[in-house]
Structures are given as structure tokens and as C-alpha cells.
Design a binder for this molecule. Sequence first.
Ligand SMILES: Cc1cc2nc3c(=O)[nH]c(=O)nc-3n(C[C@H](O)[C@H](O)[C@H](O)COP(=O)(O)O)c2cc1C
Length: 288
Amino acid sequence: MTELLEISKLIRERFSCRVYRDTPIQETKRQALMEFMRTLPAGPFGSMAHFSLVSATENDSQALKGLGTYGFIQNPTGFIIGTMQESKNDLEDFGYQMEQIILFATSLQLGTCWLGGSFTRSAFARKVEAGPQDFIPAVTSIGEIIDPGEARQGLLRRQINADQRLPWETLFFDGDFSQPLSPEAAGTWATPLEMVRIGPSGSNKQPWRVVKDGNQWHFFMQRSKGYRENTLTRFLGVADIQRLDMGIAMCHFELTCCEIGLTGHWATTPLEIGPSGNQAEYIVTWEN
Ligand SMILES: Cc1cc2nc3c(=O)[nH]c(=O)nc-3n(C[C@H](O)[C@H](O)[C@H](O)COP(=O)(O)O)c2cc1C
């Protein structure tokens, strides 16, 4: 993943960009993105999504016609559309892969926004000629940032406005869920955990919880109440967004470990530790 050096810098720089400059994405950036997507390896659980960049160009400003986003996004000049087929842990893999593309786009100074619900699935599926077995868990709007200076100011604002993310003691634990893990106690691992903490998530719900157990880091998903039970969203084919969030957390954790030279690998381990009364669901373990 040589293109993703300085990963923690990119993770800090990324933000949900919902207004774009009204010009096509530069051709060199389009080519670089497409090459990155073409060579992206499968996710940690082994499922492989297929990603396409649909974008307006100088010659084709109609490319995005009919791709609705319910007014949340202004002037998108492109979308990254991912399709996949159902498999175990497909959504975690999708979150992991899409987030890598987003970080790569951030390195090209492009703005992005994950869209899990606010887009017309059928139109996007038609655009990429998705087959009957394919589904689209989410898409990402993409384009040139209107004012990079303003974006940087936003970065500062976000760093100061730490209350946009849950505190360490809510997210990270030592041994079991009764004992919070402080950054000091996490030592070298504080940076990968911090990169999990500042990651994006659907409606900023931040479902990730991590329990340190010796040389193992167990990742759990703490579902937000009422978020998945909504029958309308299920009916509309909206993916289980919090599982995408878990894939994003895995991506940030692993790539940051790699950046600072901490080796390890993903495993699924039968667990002794219980979630001690809360509803956290075990997803995966990082072993170093
Ligand atoms: C899986 C996923 C789905 C999301 N879906 C939407 C969406 O449909 N519409 C939207 O405006 N933002 C969406 N977001 C963006 C989040 O609201 C945003 O990441 C969160 O509020 C944190 O803000 P930040 O990305 O600027 O750090 C989504 C984010 C994720 C990770």
C-alpha cells in the first residue's frame, strides 16, 4: 500500500465534503483513482467488491444524469460506486475497501462523502450495470474541494471540537468492558486507536469498541438503538451501515499500525471475555 504513506495525516485531513467545486475532477487524478481501485486487494475477510468511478469530464458533463442524492450533496462531480455479492462479513470488507479509496482520494486533495442512505440505489445500479446478484452497500460522492483553505480551517475546527467523537473511556477497554484503557496505558498502540476514534461513521454513531487482551485487540460493534430496526430502511435495501463503520475502523487501525511499524494480522477468535451486560457484538481480533 505504498500510495498510502502518511496514513494518519490523511485520516486527520479527511472530512465529509458535501459541497464541491463546479469543475470536473482533473484527468490525472481520475486516472490515479481508477488505477488504485483496479489494483485494490480483497478485504481482510476475503470478499471483493467491485468499484467504479462515474464522473463528469470536460467532454461529458451528462455522466451523472439521474444519479440522485436527495439534496444532501451539492455539485458532486463524481461518485465511487461499489457493488458486491453477499458473503460472510461482506459489509466489513466493503467498509474497509471503500475507506482505503477515500483516503487515497484525500491524498489527491479530493473531497469525499460516504453515502449510506441518501442516494437512489436503482439508478446507481443501472449506471454500473450491476447484475441481479449484486448489491450496492454505499456510494461515495467525490469532487474537487471548493476552497482547500476553508477545508483546512474545518480541520482545525474539528480538532478543537473534540466533542464530535466519543471519548476514549467509552470506546477502548483493558481486559474486559469494566476497565477503560487510557492512551498512556495503550502506549505505542494509542495512535492506531486514536485513528479508529476519529474515523467517519454513519450518522456519527461510532459503534466501534476495542478491548485489549494481552497481545490481542478485540473489535466489537455497539449497535445504536433504533438504527437498524427501522423496517423502512430495511425495505429500501439500505445496508447495515454500522458494519460498514466497523470495516472503516479496521482499515484505520491496520494501516496506522503498518505506518508506525507495528506488525500483526486479523483473526477471528473464540472469546472468553463477555461483553459484560452491554450489547456489543464481537467482530474480529487484531493479533500482534
Ligand atoms: C457508512 C457511512 C454512511 C454515511 N452516510 C451518509 C449519508 O447518507 N449522508 C450524509 O450526508 N453523510 C453520510 N455519512 C457521513 C457521516 O455523517 C460523517 O462521517 C460523520 O458525521 C462524521 O463527520 P466527518 O466525516 O466530517 O468526520 C456516512 C458515513 C459513513 C461512514
